[in-house]
Design a protein around this ligand. Structure first.
Ligand SMILES: O=C(O)COP(=O)(O)O
Ligand SMILES: [Mg+2]
Length: 234
């Protein structure tokens, strides 16, 4: 615990020209949307509803992983594969119908994004959420305008924790990875950032697969995106 606590010290980052911000668990608390859509999918399969926390611990590695984990609670691995395609289809239909309806913005998200823009930072959103859901949600929450680039979990062959989508941002912005800070709520974000050579901050309030965020190696934990902005300079 002492080692983990020591690693949470937040350093001020200089030489930063852009920020890559995660979506679920970082800008929006989408747990209630996941809860509703997953339980409608389970009802289609005659499975009992799950509590929100159980579902939230499966969020972060994309829809396919979420649905496999949700099915694995009741089915053997061959049964999971048997039901997977229909369950994913059902989930996507239910999620699309309620996307953003029950989600809420975390504190200081708008102020944080505005503060980053005021510092001249270029902003990209990189999420493991499917791109159609991500774009619709950002639009609905009034966040789309802050981002020059938005990449979803299906925008590239590989998603976070692979560095591929972050390296695509570096290339699109024509910046070195060390000039970019990734900010997210999970080890996925931190691992992708480190593998890309980017700097990384974590926020403590989202979904980290049920693990303490203090155990994730990063440049620090920031209470909100506004606090993150205060720790970043060009
Ligand atoms: O849909 C997910 O798995 C969540 O994705 P995000 O935390 O990368 O936004
Ligand atoms: Mg997240």
């Amino acid at each position: 615990m002492t080692v983990a606590a020591a690693s949470t010290k937040t350093v001020a980052l200089s030489g930063i020209a852009a920020a890559i911000i995660d979506l679920d668990g970082t800008m929006l608390d989408t747990a209630p949307d996941f809860h509703v859509a997953v339980n409608r999918t389970r009802a289609d399969l005659d499975l009992a509803p799950l509590d929100q926390q159980t579902i939230v611990d499966f969020v972060g590695k994309g829809s396919e992983n979420l649905i496999r984990r949700v099915l694995s609670l009741d089915y053997t691995p061959p049964e999971v594969e048997h039901h997977f395609a229909a369950a994913l289809d059902s989930y996507q239909r239910h999620y699309q119908a309620i996307n953003g309806t029950h989600a809420t913005l975390y504190p200081e998200v708008i102020d944080g994004l505005q503060a980053m823009r005021d510092k001249g930072l270029r902003l990209a959103c990189v999420t493991n959420k499917p791109i159609v859901f991500a774009l619709a949600l950002l639009e609905k929450a009034g966040l789309r305008q802050y981002f020059e680039l938005v990449y979803g979990g299906d925008s590239f062959p590989k998603k976070k924790p692979d560095p591929m989508p972050l390296l695509a941002v570096c290339s699109e912005f024509d910046l070195e990875p060390a000039q970019i800070v990734a900010i997210g709520d999970s080890s996925n974000d931190a691992q992708a950032a480190r593998a890309a050579g980017c700097r990384v901050f974590n926020v403590p309030y989202g979904y980290n697969h049920g693990e303490p965020i203090q155990d994730v190696e990063s440049d620090g934990i920031v209470a909100t995106l506004l606090v993150a902005a205060r720790h970043i300079s060009n």
